[in-house]
Design a protein around this ligand. Structure first.
Ligand SMILES: *Cc1c(COP(=O)(O)O)cnc(C)c1O
Length: 322
C-alpha cells in the first residue's frame, strides 16, 4: 500500500502558505524566518489536526461510524477540530475532556459547545476504559462509534504529516531558501512522527526539532519513533526509527502542560507585534520561545535555514486573558 492509495477524506485547505517573517527574524537574530501556516488549514479555525483527521475520518467513514469519540484537555484544539470534522461528515461528536473545568465556556470550549459536542469530564487515565464503555453502550443502541486517541497521534493519523512534508518540499523547490531545519511544537507526538517519516521519504536533507510542551524528551523520542515506524509499515516501508533518530527539546514546558510561560507569552506578543500573526500560549508560543532561545544560544543556525511550522491553536488565546 502506497501513501496515496490510503483513503483520505478532504477536510483541510491545502497547501497551506509559507510566510516570510523578516521583522520577527530580526528580533530573533536570524537572517531569515519562514513560517509554514498550518494555522490556516481551514477546518474550524484551522490547526495541525486537520491533516491527521483526513486519514482518521476516512477510516471512521469506512467503518460506518455515526459517532466520534475523542479526548484532550479543556482547551484542546484536537477536540475542537475532531468535533467539527464529525459535524462536516454528519457524525455526532463526543468529547471526553480532562483537567479542571472552571465553568467558563471560552476559547476552544466555546467552539465545542457551538458544535453541539457532547462534552463529558473525565480523569485522563480513564479515557481508554470510558471510550470503550461508551462505544459499547452506543452499539447496544444500534449506533457505531469511532474512537480517536489523544491528538489523533496514531500511525494512521500521522501520515497526514508525512504528506505535509512532501507538500513543503514541493513548495521549497525553486525557492532560493535553503531550509534544513523544521521546528514545531510537540504535544502528543504524531505531528513530529509524521514529519520524520515524511522527511525520510520525500526530503532526506530536512531535520525535525520538536519542542515539547508536555513531556520529557526521552519519553517523546521513544513514542515518536514507535509511531513513525508503525506508520512506515502501514505504507509498505520496512525501515524503522530509533529514539536516537528523534530530536525533542524539553526545556520550554514551564510548570506543566497547559500552563503558559512568561517566555512563551513574550513570543506570542513578538509575533503579533512584528508580523501581525497569532500564536497560542500552550503550544506554538512555547515552541516559538524555544526557537528563539535555540537561535540565540547557537543550538540552531542563524543562517536562515530554519522553518517554523505553525500548528495552530489561536482559539485558545481567548481562554487566557491578559
Ligand atoms: C495538537 C497540537 C500540537 C501538537 O501536535 P502533536 O501531534 O499532538 O504533537 C501543536 N500545536 C497545536 C496548536 C496543537 O493543537
Amino acid at each position: 500500500m502506497k501513501i496515496d492509495d490510503l483513503p483520505r477524506t478532504p477536510l483541510a485547505h491545502l497547501p497551506t502558505p509559507i510566510d516570510d517573517c523578516p521583522r520577527l527574524a530580526a528580533v530573533f537574530g536570524t537572517d531569515r524566518l519562514l513560517i509554514k501556516r498550518d494555522d490556516l488549514t481551514g477546518l474550524a479555525m484551522g490547526g495541525n489536526k486537520a491533516r491527521k483527521l483526513e486519514f482518521l475520518m476516512a477510516e471512521a467513514q469506512a467503518k460506518g461510524a455515526d459517532t466520534v469519540i475523542t479526548t484532550g484537555g479543556a482547551q484542546s484544539n484536537h477536540a475542537r477540530m475532531t468535533a467539527a470534522a464529525a459535524r462536516r461528515l454528519g457524525m455526532e461528536p463526543i468529547l471526553l475532556l480532562t483537567g479542571d473545568f472552571d465553568g467558563r465556556w471560552q476559547g476552544n470550549l466555546l467552539l465545542d459547545r457551538l458544535l453541539g459536542a457532547d462534552v463529558r469530564w473525565i480523569d485522563h487515565r480513564e479515557f481508554d476504559d470510558e471510550a470503550a464503555r461508551l462505544a459499547k453502550e452506543l452499539k447496544a443502541q444500534g449506533r457505531k462509534a469511532y474512537i480517536v486517541p489523544i491528538g489523533g497521534s496514531t500511525p494512521l493519523g500521522c501520515l497526514g504529516y508525512a504528506l505535509a512534508v512532501r507538500e513543503l518540499a514541493g513548495q521549497l523547490e525553486g525557492k532560493e531558501a535553503r531550509i534544513e531545519w523544521i521546528v514545531q511544537a510537540s504535544g502528543s507526538g504524531g505531528t513530529q512522527a509524521g514529519m520524520i517519516l515524511g522527511a525520510r521519504l520525500f526530503a532526506p536533507h530536512l531535520k525535525v526539532v520538536g519542542i515539547s510542551v508536555a513531556r520529557p524528551a526521552r519519553w517523546f523520542a521513544r513514542r515518536i519513533a514507535r509511531i513513525a515506524t508503525e506508520a512506515a509499515r502501514l505504507i509498505g516501508e520496512s525501515f524503522a526509527f530509533e529514539p536516537e533518530d528523534v530530536r525533542v527539546e524539553d526545556g520550554y514546558i514551564g510548570a506543566a502542560y497547559g500552563v503558559p510561560t512568561p517566555e512563551g507569552d513574550e513570543a506570542v506578543s513578538q509575533a503579533a507585534l512584528c508580523e501581525g500573526l497569532f500564536f497560542d500560549p500552550i503550544y506554538t508560543g512555547k515552541a516559538l520561545a524555544g526557537l528563539r532561545d535555540m537561535l540565540s544560544s547557537g543550538r540552531l543556525p542563524k543562517d536562515g535555514s530554519v522553518l517554523f511550522w505553525h500548528t495552530g491553536g489561536s482559539p485558545a488565546l481567548f481562554a487566557f486573558e491578559r
